[in-house]
Design a binder for this molecule. Structure first.
Ligand code: NAP
Length: 274
């Protein structure tokens, strides 16, 4: 028996998929801790959750900092809370050839998408087990293939998938469920942050954030190892596992072309006749 109240941590709750995940967990009765850097959107979301009868705490933190998980622990303790569920959703990508993109930014992506996610997954295992909770990690369809033009991003998501599936097996005996969700394209702030067009979000594989969050929640609640939202994505995820690697690479490269930003001044205006 713990004297602390169980809470569900949701990283990257200020926008996109994380915001939707926070609303879904809160709607299912979870007291949630909303984590991201921007405090205003977190406060807005906390008010929205409270208005719907839920409980939400705002924890503004930069997760790229090595001391972020320790600061979150401290913050929760001071509010009489301990993690029952950890949703590692915060992440970003960068579009372009790895040798042309900023090296420091790509390393910062590894810090957030990989190091912080690993720390946050391993830090509170006892507490997660005590409350019969678990971990929901957000990977991507990018986890299934190498991704020329987003090489580091795809590699970080391959890590998230591999790590989470292994944890699923390891932590079963500790009463901690682990689910990894691999969404296809979702129209969020992700595309602008990555410097890509929203071409992929108009494809058959695209889904709204709310639907991804619903499906992820249901899979997690059912104790699934892997959730791939949407039928088209389930089929698409099979191909890289069956096709030769060289074909997977050239298909991934073609797919990435959809995300190429339009040149300056696009769409071009037709000249007005005098
Ligand atoms: N959108 C897609 O097409 C897609 C597809 C598959 C997987 N995913 C994955 O889904 C997850 C969520 O992406 P999204 O599409 O919802 O992107 P988004 O709209 O850009 O949201 C990203 C969230 O992460 C937070 N974040 C970023 N850097 C942070 C940092 N250093 N410290 C704390 N929080 C940070 C952002 O909040 P602040 O800026 O306020 O810090 C924001 O809340 C990511 O892991 C992404 O890789 C996205």
């Amino acid at each position: 028996m713990s004297i602390f109240r169980p809470v569900t941590l949701i990283t990257g709750a200020s926008a996109g998929i994380g915001r939707s995940l926070a609303k879904v967990f809160a709607a299912h009765g979870h007291e949630v801790a909303l984590i991201a850097r921007r405090e205003d959107p977190l406060q807005d979301l906390a008010r929205e959750i409270a208005a719907a009868g839920g409980r939400a705490h705002v924890v503004p933190v930069d997760l790229a900092r090595a001391d972020a998980p320790a600061r979150i622990s401290h913050e929760l303790l001071s509010r009489g809370l301990e993690p029952a569920v950890v949703v590692n959703n915060a992440g970003f990508g960068l579009f372009g050839p790895a040798h042309e993109l900023d090296r420091g930014e790509q390393l910062a992506m590894i810090e957030l998408n990989v190091r912080t996610l690993t720390d946050m997954s391993l830090r509170w295992i006892d507490s997660l087990g005590r409350h019969g909770g678990g971990i929901l990690n957000v990977a991507s369809m990018a986890a299934f293939a190498p991704g020329p033009n987003m090489a580091v991003y795809y590699a970080t998501k391959a890590f998230v998938l591999s790590f989470s599936e292994a944890l699923h097996r390891e932590l079963a005996e500790k009463n901690v469920r682990v689910t990894v969700v691999c969404p296809g394209p979702v129209k969020t702030e992700f595309q602008a942050r990555a410097g890509m067009s929203d071409g992929m979000t108009r494809s058959l594989l695209a889904q709204p954030a709310d639907r991804v969050a619903e499906e992820a929640y249901r899979g997690f609640a059912a104790g699934k190892r892997l959730v791939i939202p949407g039928f088209a994505n389930k089929v698409a995820a099979l191909l890289p596992r069956l096709a030769p690697r060289s074909l997977v690479l050239s298909s991934a490269r073609k797919w990435q072309k959809r995300a190429t930003p339009k040149p300056e001044g696009w769409p071009r205006r037709t000249q007005q006749k005098a």
